[in-house]
Ligand binder design. Structure first.
Ligand code: PAF
Length: 321
């Protein structure tokens, strides 16, 4: 089965990374940007990826538009907006979807899939994680900061993946994103969630890069406490990732080291003085803990701190100079 077209929603760092790289092998890629003016600029200038290691540059000129309805039915729709923007793109997804369109999200955290399931039929909804990292250089260019696996699975683990998903995974692999399909995506999502729980809010609050967190014992202590709560909640939910807590901490620290030079996505949001994905990361731990009759106080504290600073433009009080 061949794919006819792919639409990527969201011209953020990951959106530009996937669009540029997929365009090298597959010509029918559309990029949706809700901001018409920026969509016009991206269409004219094109989008680009700079490889962090050798500095080689890939460029592509996809169709970029704010008008999803004009594109018609797509074979694959990739949702790469921030998790908190998911609600805003449901109409676009609806207008791009036919009965067989698969909708794939690689958004951070847990919760965006539930929002998508309001419009996307369960047999077409695919959740995933990617270990690729991208940092924005300017509005049309990203630096490909880190590579890794991309893992996909059905929103409803009881549903068998359709053939089209295998074709899409093969295309991703051809484009430099080795991808696998698993029967149950939830352990994979929780494993990645714990990495984000332990890195994202601490980098945003401290202004440090991922690797620098490990140099500060107080931040390491908070990291361990937050990840411990997430691990306990996950265990209570009966999700088995095949690792004990020490193994998970080893993974979180390894990601800090492997992505040492990364400005985490939440720190990038802070630098733009924008909203963050805290509700889908540490907030998800808090919500699941409550459902299970537990409390996740460290995660709750991190959510409150991020909420405070976000709503005050990340400024400090009047005595801070
Ligand atoms: O959100 C992010 O920035 C990334 O998921 C990660 C793994 C923390 C690397 O920066």
């Amino acid at each position: 089965m061949n794919l006819k077209n792919i639409t990527i929603i969201g011209p953020g760092a990951l959106g530009i990374l996937f669009t540029t790289k997929i365009c090298q092998k597959f010509p029918h890629v559309f990029l949706i940007d809700h901001d018409r003016h920026r969509a016009g600029r991206l269409a004219r200038k094109g989008v680009a990826v700079v490889e962090a290691n050798g500095g080689s540059v890939l460029r592509a000129f996809p169709v970029v538009t704010a008008d999803a309805a004009g594109l018609g039915r797509q074979d694959v729709v990739m949702v790469l907006v921030k998790a908190f923007q998911t609600d805003d793109v449901l109409d676009a997804i609806e207008s791009l979807s036919g009965p067989e369109t698969i909708v794939v999200t690689l958004q951070n955290g847990i919760g965006a899939g539930d929002i998508l399931s309001r419009t996307v039929p369960r047999q077409n909804l695919v959740l995933g994680v990617t270990m690729h990292g991208a940092n924005r250089r300017d509005e049309s260019t990203v630096v490909h900061a880190g590579s890794g696996d991309t893992i996909l699975g059905m929103f409803d683990p009881g549903v068998r993946p359709v053939g089209r998903l295998y074709t899409f995974a093969a295309l991703l692999a051809e484009c430099g994103f080795p991808a696998s399909i698993v029967d149950d995506i939830y352990p994979v999502l929780w494993k990645k969630l714990m990495v984000n729980v332990g890195i994202n809010p601490l980098t945003a609050l401290s202004g440090l890069k991922n690797g620098q967190i490990l140099e500060h014992p107080p931040l390491r202590r908070i990291q361990e406490a937050a990840v411990y709560e997430a691990f306990e909640v996950m265990r209570r939910l009966g999700i088995d990732i095949g690792m004990d807590f020490q193994g998970v901490m080893g993974l979180v620290r390894k990601v800090c080291r492997d992505t040492a030079e990364n400005v985490s996505s939440m720190l990038q949001d802070r630098m733009k003085k924008g909203q963050t994905e805290i509700e889908y990361i540490n907030g998800a731990v808090v919500r699941f803990a409550r459902k299970e009759g537990l409390r996740a106080q460290v995660n709750e504290m991190l959510c409150n701190l991020i909420e405070y600073f976000t709503s005050h433009g990340w400024g400090f009080g009047p005595f801070d100079k």
